[in-house]
Design a protein around this ligand. Structure first.
Ligand SMILES: [Zn+2]
Length: 279
């Protein structure tokens, strides 16, 4: 079995559920708990597509929560739409069941909470996910930043909201970048490349953000480093270098243990999920 453990993440398994944890966040495991759930046999968390997918996904979440000793009713799972909308969760809406794709959670791609035991979820299958922890104010966040979210800079919205709503100081915020598609595999056509070029030329780092790829079917292909863009945006908001932690893992390079929407077919692809809560 492949093990993704490296200098910043540790792979673990409990009751048959495989996950990654960030070493930096484990330093605060008296305050918070977090997991990035890997591909696990018999679990499919994707809710899109057929109506019965919701039931299958809920069963998957229940199994994960039970296996890891968490209360399934504490789950808060938005409907991610590649927006740059961030929501602060003050309280659970449902008392004896999860807030699972509730209406109020539609078109939400970033979550923040200061409340104990609320488990914030973000799913991906190639998209960037960033888990955040303000170690001074004890506030957590979870952000889904696909290429559209990266283009609209959702990570900045998340950090700004932590500052505005809770008085967070960016120098206290740890940002952990989960596995996602990386520049080695994130191939796009000219139209998408142009969008990134327009948006991020001001950084003067385009030569590190955009790489020219091969010509396929008479079309010039490009590779985009969306992880680097997220790091640049974090630094613009004064997140410290030592608090930007990158798993450095590509979903398409590790298909046996990570879901990838680009590798798995559109109908069949599964998703990984990041879960974080305050103890
Ligand atoms: Zn790759």
């Amino acid at each position: 079995m492949k093990d993704l453990t490296n200098k910043d993440v540790i792979q673990g398994e409990k009751n048959g559920i495989k996950y990654l944890q960030f070493r930096k966040l484990l330093e605060y495991n008296n305050k918070i708990q977090h997991y990035y759930i890997l591909k696990n046999d018999g679990i499919n968390l994707k809710t899109r597509g057929k109506p019965e997918n919701i039931i299958i996904a809920k069963n998957g979440y229940r199994k994960i929560f039970n296996s890891l000793g968490m209360d399934y009713n504490n789950l808060v799972k938005p409907i991610f739409t590649h927006s740059n909308n961030v929501k602060v969760i003050r309280n659970k809406e449902n008392l004896n069941e999860p807030d699972f794709e509730n209406k109020s959670l539609n078109e939400i791609d970033g979550l923040i909470t200061a409340k104990r035991n609320i488990v914030l979820a973000a799913t991906n299958a190639d998209c960037v996910i960033i888990m955040l922890y303000d170690k001074a104010k004890n506030i957590i966040g979870n952000v889904h930043s696909g290429w559209r979210g990266t283009l609209s800079g959702i990570i900045k919205q998340e950090i700004i909201k932590m500052e505005e709503e809770f008085g967070s100081n960016p120098s206290d915020i740890i940002c952990c970048i989960c596995p996602s598609i990386r520049k080695c595999h994130f191939e796009v056509d000219e139209d998408v490349m142009e969008m990134f070029k327009d948006k991020y030329s001001y950084t003067n780092m385009l030569e590190k953000i955009i790489y020219k790829g091969d010509i396929k079917n008479n079309k010039q292909k490009y590779y985009i480093d969306t992880v680097l863009i997220n790091k640049i945006l974090m630094k613009e908001l004064n997140i410290r270098d030592e608090n930007i932690v990158d798993s450095n893992i590509c979903s398409m390079c590790n298909p046996d243990i990570l879901h990838s929407s680009r590798l798995e077919t559109q109908e069949k692809y599964g998703v990984n999920v990041s879960l974080i809560y305050i103890k």
